[in-house]
Design a protein around this ligand. Structure first.
Ligand code: ZN
Length: 132
């Protein structure tokens, strides 16, 4: 499913909302004044989790986040949350077997290999002398 992106109008609304009259753009996640630092307009609700995709995104669905301060870490969390939700769904639909502990005795410890001792058989003779 395609990820919905904000329209230019909505994007502009979000950026305007995050614009401090004196200090300029600030991060809506932590309130840090970004100035010229890079920012990203982020989906508040991870788009992969949204079921109703026909509804148009509005400025309320997004937030302006500083790339350095908030966006990097949030993306990581979103990805994990989506992956977990998908895995739960697959399990529910029987697409995936539950991961269980594999019952197995494991490997036996290798028995020590002894060097041939005096008790072992003498080496086999490959050549025999032919008796005349
Ligand atoms: Zn931030």
């Amino acid at each position: 499913m395609a990820r919905r992106e904000f329209t230019k109008t909505v994007y502009a609304q979000i950026v305007k909302r995050a614009m401090h009259p004196v200090h300029g753009v600030f991060c809506e996640g932590c309130g840090l004044i970004l100035g010229k630092k890079p920012y990203h307009v982020d989906h508040i609700k991870p788009d992969g989790l949204e079921i109703e995709k026909s509804r148009k995104l509005t400025a309320d669905d997004g937030q302006l986040l500083g790339v350095e301060c908030c966006h990097k870490s949030k993306t990581k969390i979103d990805v994990a949350v989506i992956a977990k939700a998908k895995s739960r769904e697959e399990k529910h639909l029987g697409m995936k077997r539950a991961k269980g502990q594999i019952k197995s005795p494991g490997f036996r410890k290798a028995e020590k290999v002894h060097a041939p001792s005096s008790k072992s058989l003498p080496p086999r003779k490959l050549f025999r002398s032919i008796q005349p």
